[in-house]
Design a protein around this ligand. Structure first.
Ligand code: AP5
Length: 228
C-alpha cells in the first residue's frame, strides 16, 4: 500500500503521519525530515539544500528524486509507505509513478489535508522542537512546562529557520503555485484525493484520516508528537 499526504505547510501532515505510523505501522517517508537529517549530518546534499529550505523555497527536483530513490531502496519491499511532503511538484509526481512502477508498486490513495492560511501561520510560527529527542511543542496551545526547555529530556528547544513568519508566507505561496496543481494531477489520473479538514483537534483529524482511509476509528495513541 502506498499513500500520499498532500497539504500546505503546517496543516498537520507530519503529525498525522506519525500517528498512523504508531497506529498501523506504516513506514513514514518525509522528505523534509530526510533533508533536515542530511543537514545535521553535513552531507553534500544537506549543504546544497540549506539555502533553498531556509528561504522557504523547494529543493530542486533532481536532488529530491535521488534522495527518495535511495531511501526507497533501503526499505522493506513489502512495507506500506506513507509519503509526507513528497511529491511536491508535477515532475516529482510523474517521476514517483515511474519509480513505484519499477518496484511493482503504485500510488493507492491520496489524502489532502485542508486548512486556512491564518491558522497555518499561527501553528508554524508557534512551533518549537527539541533537537535532542524530537519532541514538538507549540507556544500557543501545547507549551513546555518551562519556557524554552524540553519536558522530556531538558534540552533547549529550537525554532525551525523556515518557521519565521515571512518564510512561512513564502512556503504557503510556493505550495499554492507548485504543489496544489497535484490535486488536479491525481484527480485526472483517477486517483481523486480524499479531503480531510486539518483545522480540528489532532485527535479529530486522526479519526477523520482513519475513516477516509477506510480504517477502524480508534482512540489516539498516547505519543502525539511529530519527529521533527
Ligand atoms: P517539510 O518538512 O515537508 O515542511 P512543510 O510541509 O512545509 O511543513 P511542515 O512539516 O512544517 O508541516 P506539516 O503539515 O507536516 O505540519 P506538522 O504536523 O509539522 O519541508 C521543509 C522544507 O524542505 C520545504 O520548505 C522545502 O524547502 C524542503 N522540501 C521538503 N520536501 C521537499 C520536496 N518534496 N521537494 C522540494 N523541497 C522539499 O504541524 C505543524 C505545527 O502544527 C506543529 O507545531 C504541530 O504540533 C501543530 N499541529 C499539527 N496538527 C495540529 C492540530 N490538529 N491542531 C493544532 N496544532 C496542530
Amino acid at each position: 500500500m502506498t499513500t500520499i499526504f498532500l497539504g500546505a505547510p503546517g496543516v498537520g501532515k507530519g503529525t498525522q503521519a506519525v500517528l498512523l505510523r504508531e497506529h498501523v505501522g506504516w513506514v513514514h517517508v518525509s522528505t523534509g525530515d530526510l533533508l533536515r537529517a542530511a543537514r545535521r549530518d553535513d552531507t553534500k546534499l544537506g549543504r546544497r539544500a540549506q539555502s533553498f529550505m531556509d528561504a522557504g523555497d523547494l529543493v530542486p527536483d533532481e536532488l529530491i528524486l535521488d534522495l527518495v530513490r535511495e531511501h526507497l531502496a533501503s526499505l522493506d519491499p513489502g512495507a506500506s509507505i506513507l509519503f509526507d511532503g513528497f511529491p511536491r511538484t508535477l515532475p516529482q509526481a510523474e517521476a514517483l509513478d515511474g519509480v513505484l512502477e519499477e518496484l511493482g508498486r503504485q500510488v493507492n490513495q491520496v489524502l489532502l489535508l485542508d486548512g486556512d492560511d491564518d491558522e497555518l501561520v499561527k501553528r508554524l510560527s508557534g512551533r518549537r522542537s527539541c533537537p535532542n529527542c524530537g519532541a514538538v511543542y507549540n507556544v500557543h496551545w501545547s507549551p513546555p512546562e518551562e519556557e524554552g526547555r524540553c519536558d522530556r529530556c531538558g534540552a533547549d528547544l529550537v525554532q525551525r529557520e523556515d518557521d519565521a513568519p515571512d518564510t512561512v508566507r513564502r512556503r504557503l505561496d510556493v505550495y499554492r503555485e507548485l504543489t496544489e496543481p497535484l490535486i488536479g494531477f491525481y484527480r485526472e489520473s483517477g486517483r481523486e484525493p480524499a479531503v480531510v479538514d486539518g483545522i480540528q483537534s489532532m485527535e479529530e483529524v486522526h479519526q477523520a484520516v482513519l475513516e477516509s482511509l477506510g480504517m477502524e476509528v480508534d482512540c489516539i495513541p498516547k505519543t502525539a508528537e511529530t519527529g521533527e
